[in-house]
Design a protein around this ligand. Structure first.
Ligand SMILES: CSCC[C@H](NC=O)C(=O)O
Ligand SMILES: [Zn+2]
Ligand SMILES: [Zn+2]
Length: 373
């Protein structure tokens, strides 16, 4: 009863037997046909952001599919789709018996949504990461509502800044001078004026995309104990996303000078300060880009190369010298990552599997780089 014919075999048993046939024998495990070459890393994170269930049309963890084919779930775009698309493309290529010179590794990492500090940031420093010998990585991108696909070659750097202002306390009925609030107000005004300037710069230049300018939002205000007590301390927290072409030293000095200009006792501290932005070249000098863009051209996919406005695990990968592209093959899809009713059409998902099925052979067949020969 256990040895059924091949046509009846349980798919899990078939998968098991396919895996057994791969000669991963030490000391020269057969991971790819040329293990001297660097590998391709397909990275995805497994965590998702929280939900406000009351704003969803369907249970965000049920993966409900409506009659049109839209699948509703937290992670449908960010980025459980990509994890499964990688796996399905690799499975397809294996079933078809393809072999490539370069090994393909997949990593499924935690904690990206809270900064990756316990995930990819640590992993890239580990010997296990270096043992993968990654030469190029793919990681998440963002959906594109048009026919085109967005691909990210760099990222803005997150700087999370808390400005703390101290001043004279006292009774809420008096005109107290030099209060924490009035000085904090000055800093907030300076930073929001800068925000407006960057916004105008973005608006007035159709060639600039969101990731090319520096953004900032005031995200927290803290302080105060009672209506009639002037507090001695107040603070404002800001989420800056600094564009990769900014002079970081000069920018930090600018922040400091806004604090100083507001008066005595105004200081800033960083809760997050990424200092290592990297750009993955998007021209044919980069053989990974050449392979990636060639496949897209062959498949008639139009690409929109951009700088990622948010921060992903790609920044850690690029910072250790591995070029990376942020790409989620999701076109004709409204951008709903982190939003209510995050959803993805099944046809778009399946098309993404087709796209990876073409991309992976090309990337895993990039000839030896000068550094590899
Ligand atoms: C800056 S650490 C937080 C990382 C987070 N990534 C995805 O949304 C982001 O806010 O960009
Ligand atoms: Zn993500
Ligand atoms: Zn996210």
């Amino acid at each position: 009863m256990t040895s059924k014919g091949p046509e009846e075999e349980h798919p899990s048993v078939t998968l098991f037997r396919q895996y057994l046939r791969i000669r991963t024998v030490q000391p020269k495990p057969d991971y790819g046909t040329n293990p001297a070459l660097s590998s391709i890393l397909l990275n995805s994170h497994t965590d998702v952001v929280p939900v406000f269930k009351e704003h969803w049309s369907h249970d965000p963890f049920e993966a409900f599919k409506d009659s049109e084919g839209y699948i509703y779930a937290r992670g449908a775009q960010d980025m459980k789709c990509v994890s499964i698309q990688y796996l399905e493309a690799v499975r397809r290529l294996k079933v078809e018996g393809h072999r490539f010179p370069r090994t393909i590794h997949m990593t499924f990492v935690p904690d990206e949504e809270v900064g990756g500090h316990q995930g990819m940031e640590l992993f890239v420093q580990r010997p296990e990461f270096h043992a993968l010998r990654a030469g190029f990585a793919l990681d998440e991108g963002i959906a594109n509502p048009t026919d085109a696909f967005t691909v990210f070659y760099s990222e803005r750097s997150p700087w999370w800044v808390r400005v703390t202002s101290t001043g004279r306390p006292g009774h809420g009925s008096l005109f107290i001078e030099d209060t924490a609030a009035e000085k904090l107000h000055k800093v907030v005004s300076s930073i929001l004026a800068f925000r407006e300037k960057e916004w105008q710069r973005l608006q007035s230049n159709p060639h600039l995309k969101e990731g090319a300018v520096t953004s900032v939002n005031l995200t927290k205000l803290e302080g105060g104990v009672a209506y009639n007590v002037v507090p001695a301390t107040m603070s404002a927290s800001f989420d800056f996303r600094v564009a990769p072409d900014v002079d970081f030293k000069a920018f930090e000095e600018q922040l400091q000078s806004w604090c100083q200009a507001a008066g005595e006792g105004v200081t800033l501290e960083f809760a997050q300060k990424w200092m290592h932005p990297q750009v993955t070249p998007t021209d044919d000098s980069n053989p990974w880009w050449a392979a990636f863009s060639r496949v897209c051209k062959d498949m008639n996919l139009s690409l929109e190369p951009e700088i990622m406005p948010a921060a992903t695990d790609s920044r850690f990968i690029r910072a250790v010298g591995v070029p990376a592209l942020g790409f989620s093959p999701l076109n004709r899809t409204p951008v709903l990552l982190h939003d209510h009713d995050e959803r993805l059409h099944e046809a778009v998902f399946l098309r993404g599997v087709d796209i990876y099925t073409r991309l992976l052979p090309a990337l895993a067949s990039v000839p030896a780089l000068p550094s590899e020969s």
